[in-house]
Design a protein around this ligand. Structure first.
Ligand code: NAD
Ligand code: MG
Length: 359
């Protein structure tokens, strides 16, 4: 088992990474304030993993209640959040009851937000079951739900007490979801870790084949990188925004096509290509480096060409993004392979990048 520590002064916690962590209740039990938990999962993940977790907890004399939500980003809403509150209140859950999120990023974000606000805050534990959730959404304490007028617009920074990344759960993940998670994995290489990018170039086939050793290394390295960035800037006042590499263009693609047409990771993959093209316009990254990024993304089963939405539509959609500061759009740009920074782009440069990146 590998362990990464998120060293926040007010709320440090461990991220454990290994196969078959689901049943290792000795990792959970010492953190509970009372021998009682509520597991939140969804209709896809619960049939696969809920029983193992629940049996192990009950064998350790921990009382369990489970809440099974419908599956999908479309349910990451205030209505679904209320279903969680209804159950917590009906079951008379107390401030010492721990919530456990068992699922991908949607379940993790919603459960975390429910934990942040139920009775002004109850403890919660993340058990992420998608690659994306293991390398990204379960770590760092961003929680929330969508609003009809914007994705992730309602939420809180609220840290879990523990993250258990059980690599065995990735065995059942659909291939397209695995690839989407790999987009975020590759992102960490491009942000500030050239050595990891090179490791990915050499090991991408092993990751696509879900070799445990390769997955364990990648998840650990991503969590280390995210933990370091988050520990330095928990509430995204500065460097944490580097984690948004590819996301400004990516969100425009997701919302321009209609949420769900492309997976988030797919849009981020293309968003990173567009960020690379924009950086090349600024005479920063070379054609050779862009070719390496493109090749790695393709081997990870990801798209590399942006859909044609029209340049004006892209500009409009990006102007609505959360990363707008006093009307100026911020972009994460690449100085070279493995070194990114936060900057701004003028209109002409964005259009040149779109011209280079659209199919
Ligand atoms: P998801 O939670 O929708 O999971 C993807 C699909 O895989 C779902 O159908 C799910 O039921 C299924 N699934 C999950 N685990 C499985 C398993 N082990 N076997 C088989 N199927 C499984 O999507 P995601 O990609 O995990 O997360 C996306 C969400 O995460 C978005 O809502 C996004 O906003 C959020 N997010 C949050 C942060 C953050 O910092 N909080 C960061 C990135 C993304
Ligand atoms: Mg993301």
């Amino acid at each position: 088992m590998q362990t990464v520590k998120l060293d926040l002064a007010h709320a440090p916690y461990d991220i454990h990474i290994a196969r078959d962590l689901l049943t290792q209740v000795e990792l959970i039990k010492p953190l509970l304030l009372q021998p009682r938990v509520v597991i939140v999962s969804n209709a896809t993940v619960a049939p696969l993993y809920l029983k193992s977790l629940q049996d192990a907890l009950e064998a350790a004399d921990i009382q369990c209640h489970s809440i099974i939500l419908p599956d999908g980003e479309v349910y990451k809403t205030s209505e679904t959040l209320n279903l969680i509150f209804d159950e917590l209140l009906t079951e008379r859950c107390e401030r010492k009851t721990t919530l456990i999120a068992l699922g991908g990023g949607v379940i993790g974000d919603m459960t975390g937000f429910a934990a942040a606000v139920y009775q002004r805050g109850v403890p919660f534990i993340q058990i992420p079951t998608t690659l994306l959730a293991q390398v990204d959404s379960s770590v760092g304490g961003k929680t929330g739900i969508n609003h009809p007028l914007g994705k992730n617009m309602i939420g809180a920074f609220y840290q879990p007490k523990l993250v258990l990344a059980d690599l065995a759960t990735l065995d059942t993940l659909p291939l397209r979801e695995l690839s989407a998670g790999l987009a975020e994995v590759i992102k960490y290489g491009l942000i500030d870790d050239l050595a990891f990018f090179e490791w990915l170039e050499a090991n991408i086939e092993r990751l696509m084949a879900r070799e445990t050793e390769a997955l364990a290394y990648a998840v650990e390295r991503c969590c280390q990188n995210k933990a370091r960035i988050v520990a330095g800037d928990e509430k995204e006042q500065g460097q944490r925004a580097l984690l948004n590499l590819g996301h400004t263009f990516g969100h425009a693609i997701e919302s321009g096509l209609g949420y769900g047409v492309w997976l988030h990771g797919e849009a981020v993959a293309v968003g990173m290509m567009l960020a690379a093209f924009a950086s090349r316009e600024l005479d920063q990254i070379s054609d050779d480096d862009i070719a390496r990024i493109e090749s790695l993304l393709k081997k990870a089963g990801l798209p590399v060409q942006a859909p044609q939405l029209g340049n004006e539509r892209y500009l409009d959609l990006m102007a609505q993004d959360k990363k707008v500061d006093a009307g100026k759009i911020k972009f994460v740009l690449m100085r070279c392979l493995g070194e990114s920074y936060i900057g701004e782009l003028n209109r002409e440069t964005v259009i040149a990048a779109l011209d280079a990146g659209c199919s």
